[in-house]
Each structure stands twice: as C-alpha cells, then as structure tokens.
Design a protein around this ligand. Sequence first.
Ligand code: DAT
Ligand code: MG
Length: 138
Amino acid sequence: MSTERTLVLVKPDGVARGLTGTILSRIEAKGYSIADLKQVYATRDLLEQHYAEHAGKPFFEPLVEFMLSGPIVAAVFEGQRVIEGFRSLAGATEPTTAAPGTIRGDLGRDWGVKVQQNLVHGSDSTESAEREIGVWFA
Ligand code: DAT
Ligand code: MG
C-alpha cells in the first residue's frame, strides 16, 4: 500500500476553542505525519470550490457562513491509509453522537446548530483529497 495524503481542516470552532494543538497532536499520535500546515481565513470562492459536492443543499449556505466565521488551520497529513484512518479518528459527522474515543465524540457537541460545529474536516477519497489539497494549498 503506497503512502496517501489527506486534507485535514481544523474548523473555526476548533481553532476558537484552542483545540488546534490537541487535534493535530491526536493525528500525529496515531502515526501520521504533517506534510504541510498553515492558518488561513477562507474566502467564499475557496469554500464554494471545497464544498462543491454540497452546493444547493439546505445546509450549504449556513455551512459556508460558519466556515467564514474565523480562522481555519489547514493541514496535509500523510501515511498509509491516512484518508480512512483520519475519518475513523474524526468520528461521525454529528458530534453529539460521534463515538467516544474520536475527535468529534470526545471534543465536540451540539452548540445550537446541530451538525455544523464538528471541529474537523477530512477528505473522503483519494480523488477528493488531491482535489481539496489543490484548493487549499494552490
Ligand atoms: P463530513 O464532514 O463528516 O464528511 P459531509 O461531507 O456530509 O460530512 O458534510 C460536510 C459538512 O456539512 C459537515 O461536516 C457538517 C455539514 N453538514 C452535513 N450534513 C448536514 C446537515 N444535515 N445539516 C447541517 N450541516 C450539515
Ligand atoms: Mg465530507
């Protein structure tokens, strides 16, 4: 199995709560390496590219507004099966019910908007990883 790369975002809620170090440290502790890292303020254009698959869904506009609400930490992590490994580590989309032991399950909850503030993004396939890395690290 060859080395893979994935895009990880610490979303504005994770950065605002001071969880960036904790989150990156949990990913490193599992054995994945940071290949690239930066803090960024997203733009609407960048988010429309990143979330292209969700365009037109009812949660799209609130999701974009949330992602514009503060700085984001974008990282490229690498390692064998890192895409699957990180999504497993991140946990289910909804933080209230994400399994304990996962980043979302241990560190997240509903703060008034059911799903949105779930701390992290991780690419879901090799194709989306390469596309998303191109969007955030152009
Ligand atoms: P994931 O981030 O687990 O890959 P996704 O790609 O389906 O989930 O959705 C992207 C983000 O959009 C997700 O992290 C939070 C938000 N989202 C998804 N489904 C939602 C819903 N039903 N209501 C509100 N926000 C939602
Ligand atoms: Mg997704």
